[in-house]
Ligand binder design. Sequence first.
Ligand code: PBG
Length: 351
Amino acid sequence: MFKTKQDQTQVSEIPVPTVRPRRLRLNANLRRMVQETELNPSDFIYPLFIRHGNNIQQPISSMPGQFQWSIDRLKAEIPSIVALGIPAVILFGIPETKDACGSDNYNPDGIILRAIRAIKDIAPDLVVISDMCFCEYTDHGHCGIINTPDNEHYTNNLPHGYLLNDPTLELLGRASVVHAQAGADIIAPSGMVDGMVGVIRAALDANQFQHVTIMSYAAKYSSGFYGPFREAAESPPQFGDRSQYQMNPANIREALKEVALDVAEGADVLMVKPALPYLDVLKEVRRTFNLPTAAYQVSGEYAMLHAAASNGWLDLERCALESLISIKRAGADMIVTYFAKDAVGWLEKRH
Ligand code: PBG
C-alpha cells in the first residue's frame, strides 16, 4: 500500500516525543538504578502454626509449602528462618482442647505460650509476635466470649450469640500479660474488639511490660481471603461469621476511624489486612498516620497464587514478588507473608 498525500501530511504532524521515559528502561542495570522500591529480607514477617504433639510437620493442603509444626520440630525450622535474615515470626497456636473462653490462650502451659518460650530459647533475637485473638482457642471459633445463657457474662439485652466486647477485653489484657511473660516481643491483637489496644497497653504497663510493642490489626476486614487460614488454624466459626466485629470490605472512612482509635489507645504499629485487595486502605493509613505500617498478605492471597501456578497459569515467583513489591510500594513498612522464606531465596538469586 502506498500513502496518499493526505496520509503523509498526517504522519509528519505526529509530534516527536521530547520526553522518552523508555530511555531509563533500556537494560537491566539501568532499570535497577532507577528502581524506586526494593524488597529486603527485613521487610518480612513469617507466620508459623504451632500444634500440640511430637515430631509433627503437618502439611496444610490449601497452603502448599506451609505446615503445622509441633514445638520440638521448631529446633530446625527457627534457625532456617533466622539464617535467611527474616527478622520476625508471628505465631498461631492450635490447642489440644478448646473451650468457651479460649483458656489455652492464657494458660501458661498452653500451646502458644510453650511455643513462645521454645522459640526464645532457640533464637533470643528473633522478634516473636503473638497473634492475640481467641478464635483459635474457643470451641465456637469466635474471637472472644459469646453471649449465651450458660455464661457468667450473659447479658439479657444483647443478642444471643453476640460477641461480648468488654468481657473479651478483660481476657485479652490477661492473655497479653501471659504472652509477654513467656517472652513475646510484640502483641498483635487481631479480633477487632472495641478498645482492645487500650486495654492491652494498660495491662502490659501495669505488669512492667512497658517495653512490649503492640502491633494492632487496626483495619481488619471481614474477608473471604481468610479461607485457607481457617483450615490451617482449625478455627472456623461454628455459627455465623465475623462480620459483627471485622470490617465491611466496602468501607475506607471507617478504617481510618478504627486506626485513629488504635493510635489514640497506644498502638505502636498499624496493620491493614488483607493486603492486595486493600492497597488503597494501606496507602491512606500510611499517609494519614505517622506510624510504621504493616500489611498482611493473607492465606487466600497465597493460596490463589499457588493454585494458578500449579495449573501453569501464572509464574509463582514472578507474581508473588510482584504482589509483595506492590504492597510495599503502597506503603507497607513490613509485610506478614507466607512467601517470606521463598521470597528471600528468590531475591538472593536475582542479585
Ligand atoms: C485470627 C486471625 C485470622 C487471620 C489472622 N489472625 C483469621 C480470621 O480473622 O478469621 C487470617 C490470616 C490469613 O488468612 O492468613 N483472628
